[in-house]
Design a protein around this ligand. Structure first.
Ligand SMILES: CC(C)(COP(=O)(O)OP(=O)(O)OC[C@H]1O[C@@H](n2cnc3c(N)ncnc32)[C@H](O)[C@@H]1OP(=O)(O)O)[C@@H](O)C(=O)NCCC(=O)NCCS
Length: 317
């Protein structure tokens, strides 16, 4: 016998209602990092654009940082934690397997009715998870979703590794996604090149290793193409953008992408990496939270280990 199950009605669209960031208390200078890797403040600034980054203290673990960002985003959106349907955490630096981070965050927030799930697509994690949140809301599985990108990169990098020690930082960024009468999160464009996964991989001790120049070349070639496809999918052109918020991997990558897309000087370019480093899946929401008061469409592009990438246009909260 074939049966027809009852389904839930979704919403016509979804949008980002609020964005917030948590930055660890400890600011770490280039000089402090350079001392361990035979480098210099000058080299780090020239090759990456980074001036400083934050490192988490013992009490600033993945769940506490994620919760702090999420609680602020919920308060800014005026949403009661009890009305959150899902908590999603995008991360690559969580060491545990059985307990994912999202249930800890949901519990700390008091989001007692929320489903809780981690998503892993490394530094591309935020746009992947945002596409998931949008689908949950439009499909009727959720009304309000808390989505956090959170990383404690200092747990998975070697402070003596010249290609990563200066690059990465710790932190969390969160958005609340909720129902909307029209579409405020454009179609996602995504992909992955698993054949090149060795360029960014965990070694046998769980430390992230990177072939920097190879990743650099790949990122600068993939971003303009996926960005154009995301603009097309949203029915916009680069001239319509208010902001460009790529994953904050290296300032040179951001500037090269902006040039390739021929963005006008009126488009706000996210350059949060200068004082935040590369915070993996947290970098896009953190950079969004750091923008000055900007409204209108913003183009997000995530890319990283996998090698995975994803992009979409959103309406800024
Ligand atoms: C990591 C990165 C900044 C290195 O810059 P680069 O210009 O590619 O550096 P290279 O590895 O080609 O090395 C260039 C020179 O700098 C030296 N060097 C490498 N790391 C150094 C460091 N930390 N400090 C000082 N010198 C360094 C090298 O020994 C080399 O010297 P040589 O020319 O005398 O042989 C760059 O490759 C990068 O940003 N890659 C992408 C990283 C990224 O986006 N990762 C995250 C994706 S999520």
């Amino acid at each position: 016998m074939s049966i027809s199950l009852q389904s839930r009605n979704g919403h016509p669209g979804s949008r980002i209602l609020s964005v917030a960031s948590y930055r660890p208390r400890t600011e770490v200078s280039n000089e402090a990092v350079a001392a361990l890797i035979d480098s210099s403040d000058d080299w780090i600034r020239r090759r990456s654009g980074i001036e400083s980054r934050r490192h988490a203290a013992i009490d600033e673990n993945l769940a506490t940082m994620a919760t702090a960002a999420a609680a602020k985003a919920l308060a800014d959106a005026g949403i009661d934690p009890g009305n959150v349907s899902a908590v999603l955490v995008a991360t690559m630096s969580h060491r545990g397997r059985a307990t994912t981070v999202a249930p800890l965050v949901a519990d700390a927030l008091g989001a007692s009715k929320a489903g809780a799930l981690d998503l892993g697509a490394a530094c591309a994690g935020f746009p992947y998870a945002l596409a998931t949140a949008d689908t949950l809301v439009r499909g009727g599985a959720a009304d309000h979703v808390v989505l956090v990108g959170a990383e404690r990169m200092t747990d998975i990098i070697d402070e003596h590794d010249r290609s990563t020690a200066f690059l990465f930082g710790d932190g969390a960024g969160a958005v609340v996604v909720g129902p909307a009468a029209r579409c405020g999160i454009g179609p996602v464009v995504w992909g992955a090149d698993g054949a090149r996964h060795e360029a960014l991989r965990f070694d046998e001790t769980g430390i992230l290793r990177m072939a920097g120049p190879e990743v650099f070349r790949w990122a600068t070639s993939v971003i303009p193409e996926v960005a154009r496809r995301a603009l097309d999918a949203a029915g916009l052109s680069a001239g319509d953008l208010a902001a460009f918020i790529p994953h904050q991997a290296n300032l040179r990558i951001t500037l090269a992408a902006a040039k390739a897309l021929q963005l006008s000087p009126q488009v706000h370019l996210a350059t949060d990496i200068t004082t935040n480093g590369n915070t993996g899946a947290a970098s896009i929401p953190q950079a969004m939270a750091a923008l000055p008061d900007v409204s209108g469409p913003a183009l997000l592009v995530g890319f990283g280990a996998g090698l995975a990438y994803a992009a979409q246009v959103i309406e800024l909260p």
